[in-house]
Structures are given as structure tokens and as C-alpha cells.
Ligand binder design. Structure first.
Ligand code: G3I
Length: 373
């Protein structure tokens, strides 16, 4: 325990001035882009803790929430591009590879999208017309500026079948293909991604492979599969992670890690996934063990887990073209409020003050090849 604490102190001292040395984007420049999901305060440069850090460490950005349907197209006749415009302008100003997240999802999509003015469910053609209008408007507005889009997000259920979303129920299984074709029409140069979580589960991975193959057979322009990689200490196994990367790479498309984090908190449900629509649960102090800070041992274990994952990503650098963290600091993470509000989560490389954690050093060591690979 003592040794671990000393090691943690040494690591903290060594990394206290992470901005003095090369950032992750430079360390991995021959391997893949290194990105982060930003919240609005961050891309509006109103978060002084991390303004410099973001520019120093990352060369790609994803909008955590501000391009989602509910934010950008809240009512049938109203688009609100204010935050989206600021996000894209920030990325351009700092020469970042800008990612659009996302166009078609079952979540954060207002109810009106699926209903007519009388409240009746739309039919296939009417919903396709709405999809067309939305994608044309949003992708068209940022044509040539947003590098790649998560066109369809989380369309698979855990068992690998297509999720019974409103999109699926009203349009049918070809809604995915339609969305990709519309996005391609609106910006023929944009990269187009299918993005999902828990793809390391064998059934879901199989479902994703079948989906990509169907799209490819139909001549749909899909550039990459986005593996969200919302991970835990004990899931997925490195073997499952590796098989998943290999399997997707074999499809002949790019592979991207799009929403990386490692949840250090005890699971709130029996079989946790990144299913956002999970019902919020009551706060329980037993499920929030790190209120006063992560223990040294846990921080070291997290560092090791990050190193193992990055060593794997590096091994497949020919196929993996981007690794994006879901948020910048532990304090920003969605995991502080999901599925229980107000917990203290530690899933990222930077602490609540924007200071590098042992996990940051561990990832740097992988880039410097100081970690066995
Ligand atoms: O902005 C409102 C605020 O005005 C209001 O007072 C507050 C009350 O709860 O809610 C705020 O909105 C929240 C928003 O995050 C901003 O913090 C929403 O309730 C909350 O649902 C929303 O959660 C986001 C979630 O997606 C749902 O869209 C998370 O920030 C975001 O990190 C998360 O990201 C998803 C990816 O898009 C897809 N993959 C999984 C990933 C993690 O869940």
C-alpha cells in the first residue's frame, strides 16, 4: 500500500506539468487521432481549467450533446444552430478534426418527430421526409467542415438484433441505409460512421458485422464502425476487445474508438451497458465509494487497464484511425450522473482540476513504447 502511494506521488509529480511535454496527439501521431468529447462550456472556451489542456492533448473533437436532434432541431419548424456553429468554429480555429454526433438515434429525439400535428403516429413516407429534411439541413450546413458523422447511433439491441426504435418500427430496417444515403448526398466528402456501445459482446458484435455487410452489399457509403468502448475494470476482456477490433477491421472499413472511458464505480445494475434511457436510480452511498477521492490502488489499477487498452489500440493502428475519450476530466463525465445522480466518477485521464492522473502517464508510456506491447 505504502509503495503504491509513493508511486502515485511520484507519478503525480512527474505529470503535474503535462503541458510541458508532448501531448497525446503528438505522441500517437503515427498511430491514430486522439480526440475528446467536449461540452458547450469547453468549446466556447469558458472552462479555464481545461482550455489549454484540450489544445495540447487532442487533435479531434466530438460534440457531447450539442448536435443531437433535440438540441439542434427542437421543434418541427425550428433549427437552433447557435451551439453547433460555435462548436464547428472552435474546431476550425484550432485545426481539429471535427466529428458530428449524431444524426439518427432513438434517444434525445423529440416525440414530435414521430407524430403529426394531431398526435397520430407518422407513416413511413412522412417519417422519411422528416429524416431527409433534418439530415439535409444539418449535414448540409456543415458540409466540408465536419469531417465525419455518426450517422446512425445505437441501432442494435444487446442480442444483436435491430433495436425496436421508432425509426425501425415506422420506416422498417432500411431506415439505416436511407440515413447513410441522405448524409452522403448532403456532403459527399464526409466520412460516415455507424456508432454503438457494447460491441464487444459476441451477439452484438455479430449483429454489427451483419449490419455492415448488408450496408456494403447494398452499396451504402459507410466509412467506419465506431466502437464506443464505455468500459469497466472487468469488462470487456482484452481478448474480446481484440477479437472485436480484428473482426471489424476484416470488413475492410476503418475502426474508431469513439467514446472511451473506464467506469470505476460499482455497477448500479446487474448487467451494466451504456444504455442512456435506463431509469434514474436513487442515490446510495454504498455505490459511491470514492467521494473523497480515488484510492491510490484504484488509480494504479485504472492506469494499468488504460495502458492495456492503448497497447491494443496501438497494435491495430493500421485499422484504428481515431481514439476519442468521452469527456475531458473526471468531473465532466456523464458517469457522475448516470444511472444515479451525484456520484463521484473517475473514468478519464484528467482529474477534476484538469491535472493528469496516473492513467495519463500510463497511456503516455504506451506511446513511448515503455509499456510491453
Ligand atoms: O441541459 C440540461 C439542463 O438544462 C437540465 O437542467 C438538466 C436536468 O437533468 O439536464 C441537462 O441535460 C442533460 C444533458 O446530458 C446535459 O448535461 C440531460 O438531462 C442528459 O440526459 C444528457 O445526457 C447525455 C446523454 O448522452 C443523453 O443524451 C450525456 O451528457 C452524454 O454524455 C451522453 O452521451 C452518450 C452518447 O451521446 C451516445 N453514447 C452513450 C453516451 C453516454 O451516455
Amino acid at each position: 500500500m505504502k509503495t503504491l502511494s509513493l508511486l502515485a506521488l511520484l507519478l503525480a509529480a512527474a505529470t503535474a506539468r503535462a503541458s510541458d511535454s508532448a501531448g497525446l496527439k503528438d505522441l500517437f501521431k503515427d498511430d491514430f487521432l486522439v480526440g475528446a468529447a467536449l461540452n458547450q462550456r469547453q468549446f466556447e472556451e469558458r472552462d479555464p481549467r481545461v482550455s489549454e489542456l484540450i489544445l495540447h492533448q487532442f487533435n479531434s473533437i466530438t460534440a457531447e450533446n450539442n448536435l443531437k436532434w433535440g438540441r439542434i432541431h427542437p421543434r418541427p419548424d425550428a433549427f437552433d444552430f447557435q451551439a453547433g456553429d460555435a462548436y464547428v468554429a472552435y474546431g476550425e480555429k484550432h485545426h481539429m478534426v471535427i466529428i458530428g454526433h449524431n444524426l439518427i438515434w432513438h434517444n434525445q429525439t423529440p416525440d414530435w418527430v414521430f407524430h403529426d400535428e394531431q398526435g397520430n403516429l407518422l407513416g413511413r413516407d412522412a417519417l422519411l421526409a422528416r429524416m431527409r429534411e433534418h439530415i439535409r439541413m444539418v449535414v448540409g450546413r456543415y458540409r466540408g467542415r465536419i469531417h465525419g458523422w455518426d450517422v446512425v447511433n445505437e441501432a442494435l439491441a444487446d442480442d444483436g438484433t435491430l433495436r425496436q426504435s421508432m425509426w425501425y418500427k415506422i420506416i422498417g430496417p432500411d431506415y439505416i441505409e436511407q440515413a447513410f444515403r441522405l448524409a452522403h448526398e448532403a456532403d459527399p466528402a464526409a466520412e460516415l460512421y455507424y456508432n454503438d456501445f457494447s460491441l464487444e459482446r459476441p451477439e452484438k458484435r455479430k449483429g454489427a458485422v451483419e449490419l455492415v455487410k448488408r450496408l456494403q452489399a447494398a452499396g451504402v457509403p459507410i466509412t467506419a464502425i465506431g466502437m464506443q468502448c464505455h468500459s469497466r475494470m472487468n469488462w470487456p476482456s482484452l481478448a474480446d476487445e481484440e477479437t472485436t477490433i480484428q473482426t471489424f477491421a476484416a470488413l475492410g472499413i476503418k475502426v474508431m474508438v469513439t467514446e472511451l472511458d473506464i467506469d470505476m464505480l460499482p455497477p448500479a445494475v446487474k448487467d451494466p451497458t451504456a444504455e442512456v434511457s435506463l431509469r434514474p436510480m436513487e442515490y446510495d452511498p454504498k455505490l459511491d465509494p470514492w467521494r473523497d477521492g480515488l484510492s491510490d490502488a484504484a488509480a494504479q489499477a485504472e492506469a494499468k487497464r488504460y495502458a492495456e487498452l492503448f497497447a491494443l489500440f496501438r497494435k491495430y493502428r493500421g485499422s484504428i484511425t481515431r481514439v476519442t475519450f468521452w469527456n475531458v476530466t473526471d468531473g465532466d463525465s456523464w458517469l457522475n450522473d448516470w444511472p444515479i445522480k451525484g456520484r463521484h466518477s473517475y473514468p478519464l485521464l484528467f482529474d477534476r482540476d484538469g491535472k493528469p492522473k496516473p492513467a495519463f502517464d500510463a497511456v503516455r508510456a504506451v506511446a513511448a513504447k515503455e509499456y510491453p506491447q
